[in-house]
Design a protein around this ligand. Sequence first.
Ligand code: NAD
Length: 423
Amino acid sequence: MNTGIKMLESAKEIIKKSAQGLGLSQEQIDRLIEPNAFHEYNLSVGKKIYKAFRIQHNNNLGPYKGGIRFHPGVSREEVQALATLMSIKCAVAGLPYGGGKGGIIVDPKTLTAKELETLSRTYARAIAPVIGPTVDVPAPDVNTNPQIMAWMIDEYTNWANKTYKSNKTNWKATFTGKPVAIGGSLGRTEATGRGGVAVLMSLLKKLGKDPKKETLTVAVQGFGNVGYYFAKIAEEEGFKIVAVSDSKGGVFVKDGLSVEATLKCKKEKGSVSGCYCRGSVCDVKNGKTITNSELLELPVDILVPAALENAINLSNMRQIKAGIVIEMANGPVTEEAYEFLAKKGVFVVPDVLANSGGVTVSYLEWFQNMKNQKWTEDKVNKKMESLLADAFEAIWLKTKKKKLSIKQGAFELAIERIIKGKI
Ligand code: NAD
């Protein structure tokens, strides 16, 4: 079975289970599972044809929202699963958005810069009739970035001005994750990591713990955008970061490492795994190289899988020693492992809440564009943190009231909001 089909089955399964927990009818469950619209395209660029998708899952709460992925592994089922999970994530975060997702089956690394631009523009023209600031608002995802959004917004604006015969200034609100110079928001780059730390702080408050008053150790798997900013912001909040890793392996420093020094070293050596030395050779003292599996099994207070899906699974779930797991990657803890850990009393904060800082700042970018405003980074961060604190509180109340895991609580809350059409 391909991974897209598996992802889709598991997204449907958890929605069904949560909807049954809420006592919804079969008709309501079917409506929640089936997307509103599938759009499939065959895009011609040069002599090649690329298969592309935009799937709009649900818009009960507002315009569809979700990224565009360029990857050879993209499939209709994968895009559908991701669109479904975006409906849940936006509802969990309390955003006035539904869920959508787009993708092109392509390995962008095989394209020249010109071909990448042409493909991006061709895709934007193809989806133009079904998107718009109050209809569907795409964003970057795997292998797409602010530059690609800039090409797409340029193409869309030309199309919309001609088609709707109106030079609306807020056409730019049709895409988020744009470069700041053309209407992107400050704070977007760090948003997912920063949001994860905000959610962790909300959980710790409930547990009566404070990183400024006691030592709380953290291990982070993945040192890319999400893992690096999570580690950096957690360090600023007073947590002791004892381990980080990337695809080549990890480093463990019992007394706590310096996130900046580790990043500097990774840039020089190409990986964090060589980043431990003694004395004056580097800033990270008394560290040792560890594998990615060893990192997951460390006796830390907080474990942060921020790299790949299925990192914590049937084969290693019994070795997990952390009391709190923050799912910063998408789907890093499998269903079986989630249930096992939750039963054991481990607090596992699900991805739909933990990594929703990114989409929350995308919403704030859209909001600024719609109102022709430009906020300071501090204002963006504070607003995002307050939205996530509200989201956490609503889920916590639900989990306590019905004795649910945080994931079940998050899905039930999201489904209730989608059915009501109201946050
Ligand atoms: P990234 O490409 O910037 O970083 C990924 C990191 O994971 C890199 O350090 C890479 O070396 C490491 N990695 C790859 N394979 C690994 C392995 N086998 N073991 C350990 N580390 C490995 O990606 P990112 O933007 O940081 O995204 C990470 C995860 O977070 C993905 O699951 C992504 O879907 C999810 N996510 C990202 C965002 C966002 O705003 N960037 C938002 C929501 C969810």
